[in-house]
Design a protein around this ligand. Structure first.
Ligand code: FAD
Length: 517
């Protein structure tokens, strides 16, 4: 069986070879791997694509594991071949083929979350156990409906898996307070590249724990995570205000994220938009409810190419009377220097707030722009470089917008655990910059190639200007670039790889290490 597969993994085999498989092969593979789950080597197309739509690959087979046992069996099976690789695929929402295994085995991890049954008491709080393939949107609904509790740290969009975001970081408007999602798990179950199933935490097998968090899938496959939770509020007031000047926007955002809890909002984000009436990139993108009356006059007074929107949210419970909420919001907004008459707000349930991007997903699917390519670029830019980033990138290169959100908001480095694999710029405050490009097949717009080139131009601008920055959800093609990315963490990263996945079987789509014997 291994010999048969080796033919497949050699790139120069003819396509006819790919046709040779039959039902017998599947059942022989299942037996050889001792699988309780299923294997599919015909309908594998979806696992050769991702949300980015920029890369394609041909996996040999997609396996739906029935548990950690299957995952360990698949990895051990692959280790008997000199070439075979294994990629965990969460929801395939990567941009650059990170969850793919060309001519390898893809583990389809996605599952609905029903792993935990109880709230687990943890030091001075509670946690829940969830599967590595659980979608965060299921974790949210399940935690709130079962216990009235909720994880503390989120991503903006929740159609992502627990293992997929923990392999990167997982950031959103709560990160300033609780750190990324990687700082909000206390224990993991991981199947390493050696095929061992290991429980790890900051006190037990801690090197594996921290290397896996933000580890780009390089050291093991997360099969279970213990996620910190807290009582879920009933309601959220979601507010947007507009700034003409970037320095005022950043100073206000930074002042909000450095206040103690109770003295600030519960969520702080922001974005840049074009100073025009363009429905996608311009003033209308600030509206929280398209039915709201909208008078753009305050924004028309400025001739800046772009403006800035600070987005905040305050949690409250149904028992709070509305004047108390109004008073708290007024007090917090009263300290800020946004433009007069540019305050937009809505009240919605906590669950609807966290699922807010789901509505945008539905619309994008209806408009045909969810399935087109997304050449996204995500960066962490240090506070020391963000003013120049605005000057050179937002105000010049991106002055006409990108057909989607251009997020920019500050986060605090001290909320990140430096022992995890993620690399960050220097300094306590840095900004996430997320250029979430959408391409419309029905409109005349720059080609995907031009957009990728524009991303490269932005990175080159950062390098040439000496900005202190790191790519988030990084994508590089050469070892030198990866070395540069990890900086003084590179040797540690390599050492962890040699310990937990010495044959480089896992996550080949990240293109960091090459499979070897
Ligand atoms: P995949 O793309 O399937 O996998 C990503 C990587 O993780 C691959 O290398 C894969 O092999 C590995 N992997 C997957 N599952 C496991 C596992 N169980 N164990 C070990 N390795 C595994 N990110 C944010 O931080 N904040 C946001 O607000 C945010 N919003 C987003 C909105 C959209 C619409 C999209 C498309 C992406 C967004 N992201 C955001 C980025 C997202 O967090 C990453 O792309 C994430 O990796 C996607 O999760 P996934 O489950 O689809 O993972």
């Amino acid at each position: 069986m291994i010999a048969y597969l080796e033919h497949f993994v050699h790139e120069n085999d003819s396509d006819a070879m790919l046709q040779q498989e039959d039902e017998e092969t599947a059942s022989r593979l299942c037996q050889a791997m001792d699988l309780q789950g299923t294997i599919d080597y015909r309908s594998t197309g979806y696992a050769g694509k991702d949300f980015g739509g920029l890369h394609a690959s041909t996996p040999f087979a997609v396996i739906r594991p029935s548990g950690s046992h299957d995952i360990a069996s698949v990895i051990r099976f692959a280790s008997q071949s000199p070439n075979l690789t294994v990629a965990a695929r969460g929801n395939g929402h990567s941009i650059n083929g990170q969850a793919m295994a060309n001519r390898g085995l893809v583990l389809d991890m996605k599952e609905s979350s029903d792993a935990g049954i109880d709230l687990i008491r943890y030091t001075d709080g509670y946690a829940v156990d969830v599967g590595g393939g659980a979608l965060w949107e299921d974790v949210l609904r399940w935690c709130v409906s079962e216990f009235g509790y909720s994880p503390r740290s989120w991503t903006d969009y929740l159609g992502l898996t627990v293992g997929g975001t923990l392999s990167n970081a997982g950031v959103s408007g709560q990160t300033f307070r609780y750190g990324p999602q990687t700082s909000n798990v206390t224990e993991l179950e991981v199947v390493t590249g050696n095929g061992d199933t290991v429980i790890c935490s900051d006190t037990q097998n801690s090197e594996l724990f921290f290397s896996v968090l933000g580890g780009l899938g390089q050291f093991g496959i997360i099969t279970r995570a213990r996620v910190l939770v807290q009582p879920a509020p009933d309601m959220v007031r979601w507010i947007r205000v507009v700034y003409s000047e970037f320095d005022e926007f950043t100073q206000d955002a930074e002042s909000l994220i450095t206040q103690s809890e109770g003295e600030s909002f519960d969520y702080v984000e922001g974005f840049v938009f074009v100073n025009s009436d363009d429905p996608v990139n311009g003033w209308p993108s600030v509206l929280l409810n398209p039915d709201h009356a909208f008078d753009p006059t305050p924004m028309t007074r400025f001739d800046n190419p772009v403006l800035y929107c600070l987005e905040v949210a305050l949690h409250y419970n149904k028992g709070n009377c509305s004047t108390t909420v109004d008073t708290r919001v007024e007090k917090l907004l009263g300290r800020l220097r946004f433009m007069e008459d540019t305050q937009f707000q809505v009240d919605l349930t906590y669950v609807d707030f966290l699922l807010r991007v789901k509505e945008a997903e539905k619309q994008a699917k209806a408009n045909g722009i969810w399935d087109t390519p997304h050449p996204w670029l995500n960066l962490f830019v240090s506070k020391t470089s963000i003013m120049d980033f605005d000057r050179f990138v937002f105000k010049k290169i991106l002055k006409d917008g990108i057909g989607g959100p251009m997020l920019v908001y500050p986060i605090l480095r001290s909320k990140w655990d430096e022992r995890a694999s993620i690399v960050l710029p220097e300094g306590e405050i840095f900004y996430i910059v997320a250029l979430l490009r959408f391409t419309n097949p029905y409109q005349k717009s720059p080609s995907v190639r031009d957009l990728v080139l524009q991303n490269q131009e932005i990175i080159q601008t950062c390098v040439r200007s000496g900005f202190d920055f790191k790519l988030y959800l990084p994508h590089y093609n050469t070892e030198d670039d990866w070395k540069q990315h990890f900086g003084d963490r590179w040797l540690w990263f390599v050492e962890m790889k040699s310990r937990y996945d010495p044959m480089a079987i896992l996550a080949p789509g990240q293109k960091i290490f090459t499979r070897h014997d």
